[in-house]
Design a protein around this ligand. Structure first.
Ligand SMILES: Cc1cc2nc3c(=O)[nH]c(=O)nc-3n(C[C@H](O)[C@H](O)[C@H](O)COP(=O)(O)OP(=O)(O)OC[C@H]3O[C@@H](n4cnc5c(N)ncnc54)[C@H](O)[C@@H]3O)c2cc1C
Ligand code: FES
Length: 345
């Protein structure tokens, strides 16, 4: 159950307090809850924003870059993915073009398993590329704020020197804590492979790794970690991409399966059939019923709906609480029918 003394999204909107250019195509947006309630999160977690594009609201996840010890406001550092021509169609391009101090947005509360919940027990490797720096800087700011002197190796890759995010601040944190080593890489000197990461961090196997960046980049780091003998449980990664859900196009063909269940969506009273391998979100999308979603992976909680009757198998990753499940709620993006269903949307 949500703590009423902590910000929990819903009708309590986030107000944009400031917008600060960070690097080419990257801005930091500071937000605070309209209610003034404090924010609670772990370093590395994200919030989900509802962005009012011309065609309707879209939901996108953004990692909180600020320290969890700063509870009155959060910083989101966001790279635009579109140019001038897409400001009304692309979520981040809209933010860069239109979002300014004073405006409010709907938002879902902090979530996500990719986070540092406690002071580290073993040395860390924080390794990121591009906007993947945001969870790393939140962890760095957290360790600075609590004065933790665990050895940390910080590695960041960008396309050019001017795109190396948070460089001055990370250097300052490294200097202050004295237990850090830092490497700044640019693709101008080549894309690092597994051998490069093995050379950069000779003691990789004993470190807990937080890795965020494009898929190929993370695969190289993971490969280096595995070859060094690092345990898989100490390798954490996060991709900044939503799971693609092609079936969401209205009137997309249902998958052919022998077992089929009827899904009835209330209050519209519309029905469709779905097999056991199709999510409730995809089945609704085929009917043209747009359930809001963001991560597509059971993490953020944006697609939470009520199930009035029937059984689903839900593969969530923390985006819903046990009490909410007991109360009949499900996450549509990761719930698969196991019987006929009646759902409230
Ligand atoms: C856990 C997490 C944390 C993230 N943290 C950050 C961060 O700190 N900083 C940052 O800059 N970015 C972050 N991102 C990426 C961000 O949420 C956007 O997905 C990304 O910037 C794409 O830009 P856009 O939304 O403007 O693209 P758009 O132009 O709106 O979309 C690009 C394409 O991707 C599709 N698409 C992308 N996401 C979705 C979605 N959720 N639902 C439906 N379609 C989608 C669109 O349909 C379109 O085809 C994070 C993503 C995740 C999942
Ligand atoms: S869309 Fe994130 S939990 Fe379903």
């Amino acid at each position: 159950m949500a703590d009423p003394a902590i910000w929990s999204g819903g009708a309590d909107l986030l107000r944009c307090l400031s917008v600060t250019p960070e690097a080419p195509g990257v801005k930091t947006f500071r937000f605070a809850p309209e209610s003034g309630l404090p924010l609670r999160f772990h370093a590395g977690q994200f919030v989900t924003l509802g962005l009012p594009l011309a065609a309707g609201t879209v939901w996108r996840c953004f990692t909180i870059a600020s320290s969890p010890l700063q509870t009155e406001a959060i910083d989101l550092t966001i790279k635009t993915q579109g140019g001038e021509a897409t400001v009304n169609a692309s979520a981040t391009a809209w933010m860069h073009a239109h979002l300014e101090a004073g405006m409010t947005l709907a938002a879902q509360p902090p979530a996500g398993p990719f986070c540092l919940m406690h002071p580290p027990e073993v040395p860390l490797l924080l390794v990121s590329a591009g906007s993947g720096a945001t969870p790393m800087v939140s962890i760095a700011r957290f360790l600075r704020d609590i004065g933790d002197r665990t050895p940390v190796h910080y590695v960041h890759l960008a396309r050019s020197e001017s795109e190396l995010l948070f460089k001055a601040e990370i250097e300052a944190i490294a200097g202050e804590l004295g237990s850090w080593t830092v490497d700044w890489l640019t693709t101008a000197s080549g894309r690092p492979d597994a051998a490069s990461f093995a050379r950069l961090t000779p003691d990789l196997a004993r470190r807990e790794v937080f890795c965020c960046g494009p898929a190929g980049f993370m695969a190289s780091v993971e490969d280096a970690h595995a070859k060094a003998g690092g345990p898989a449980a100490r390798f954490r990664k996060e991709a900044f991409v939503a799971i693609p859900i092609p079936e969401l196009a209205p009137h997309a063909a249902a998958k052919e399966t022998a077992t089929r269940f009827t899904l009835r969506f209330q209050p519209a009273g519309r029905e469709t059939e779905a097999g056991p391998e199709e999510t409730v979100l995809a089945a609704a999308g085929r009917l043209g019923i747009a359930i809001p979603y963001a991560c597509g992976d059971g993490i953020c909680g944006t697609c939470r709906i009520r199930k009035t009757s029937g059984e689903v198998e839900m593969h969530h990753q923390g985006g819903i609480e046990e009490e909410e499940i007991a109360d009949g709620e499900i996450l549509a993006c990761c719930s698969y029918p196991r019987s006929h269903l009646v759902l409230e949307v």
